[in-house]
Design a protein around this ligand. Structure first.
Ligand code: GN1
Ligand code: MG
Length: 365
């Protein structure tokens, strides 16, 4: 379907709302779905989204998961305040999603008013608020059974699975792309053992599996106009996981002094002050659920999730860009380079990071 105004209005009007469409704009920060802000003349504006059917083989189930998570959180916060949780709108046929003629799946949620997002964090306060918000999300979903949510992308953060995909891509990649990615490929091979430590702790039952968000980049957090954390969004990949990756993915995006797409690698470094502020906020909300072993592996989690993002971007580059949206030829390779530079910066700060997580945990316990 061509994503023009006429088609977007038609899809929007398949949902149950009493608002008149005013205008729309595309929200372009995501790498996967097509997302639009729909402005109306009514009480609410809306976020309309077409799910990526290559990434989400069972897109209907993604929406069912999302609705379940929102309803569960709504019950926990026990308030009608829809600033803290996403509210999904049903279709005129009373379904949680709309299926268009091509079989694509759409969902609609209420746009949370007076909110903003950050691609890059500019202050310790935002880092701290982000920590509280993602920690609180884990509190709110703590009682949700892993059996309630379908594993929407199996093995999503599983390192051995991502390595297998990488080796497969390497076998089939063009000579040119392999040559261009030579240094990154060497890096992936060199870090293999260390990057499996968390997976081993998880599979040996040392770190508990629970419902987690799995995509806690800072642009998935909404803030109020006064920079208070409001609501965690993009619940597409909420499923069974370990809290470490939620901690780590937030650190990956909060403490990077550059955007994820920055190509000038001199700008990529690790902001340890933001790490401290984020850790304070996160642990404040969630320390009661953590063991010392959990805390000892938080810094490693930041390194591991940053690495796995680089690995997936590199793999997609070798696969000629099948998965992530790209806007120029070597976009995915540039993204991978950015992430691997950040992995190095994390290594340089590793001891300090471990001191901080341990100290902050001790203060609270
Ligand atoms: C994707 O949905 P979006 O664009 O926020 C990806 C995440 C990566 C992220 C990198 C389903 O997230 O795993 O962290 O890009 N989501 C999926 O920014 O693969
Ligand atoms: Mg996502």
């Amino acid at each position: 379907m061509v994503l023009n105004a006429q088609n977007i209005i038609a899809v929007f009007n398949n949902f149950k709302h009493s608002s008149k469409f005013n205008s729309y704009s595309e929200l372009t920060s995501g790498h996967i779905n097509d997302t639009f802000l729909i402005k109306t003349n009514g009480v609410h504006d809306f976020v309309l989204q077409r799910l990526n059917s290559y990434v989400f083989k069972n897109a209907k189930q993604v929406v069912l998961n999302k609705v379940k998570v929102s309803e569960y959180i709504q019950k926990q916060i026990n308030s009608t305040d829809n600033q803290q949780v996403l509210s999904f709108i049903k279709t005129v046929d009373n379904l949680p999603y709309y299926e268009d003629e091509e079989g694509a799946i759409w969902n609609l949620s209420i746009y949370i008013k007076n909110s903003k997002t950050f691609l890059k964090v500019e202050s310790k306060e935002i880092a701290y608020e982000g920590g509280k918000l993602f920690g609180q999300f884990l509190n709110l979903t703590n009682g949700l059974s892993v059996n309630e949510i379908v594993d929407i992308i199996p093995n999503f953060h599983k390192m051995s699975f991502r390595y297998a995909q990488f080796y497969e891509a390497l076998k089939n990649a063009s000579k040119k792309r392999v040559e261009l990615a030579k240094l990154e490929i060497e890096k992936v091979i060199a870090l293999k053992n260390e990057m499996h430590i968390l997976e081993n702790l998880k599979s040996n039952g040392k770190i508990p599996v629970r419902i987690t968000h799995n995509d806690t980049k800072i642009s998935n957090a909404l803030f109020s106009e006064t920079n208070k954390g409001l609501c965690v969004i993009d619940t597409d990949t909420v499923m069974a996981g370990i809290i470490h990756y939620d901690f780590g993915d937030a650190v990956r995006t909060i403490c990077n002094t550059a955007n994820e797409d920055e190509t000038n690698l001199n700008k990529v470094s690790f902001n340890i002050n933001f790490f401290e502020a984020f850790t304070k906020g996160f642990l404040k909300k969630i320390y009661k659920q953590l063991t010392l072993l959990d805390v000892e592996n938080l810094a490693l989690a930041a390194k591991t999730i940053t690495f796995i993002m680089g690995l997936r971007m590199l793999t997609d580059f070798l696969n000629n860009d099948m998965y992530y949206k790209t806007t120029y030829e070597f976009h995915n390779l540039d993204r991978a380079k950015n992430q691997f530079k950040l992995v190095d910066a994390i290594s340089e700060n590793f001891n300090k990071m471990n001191e901080i997580t341990f100290m902050e945990f001790k203060k609270l316990k």
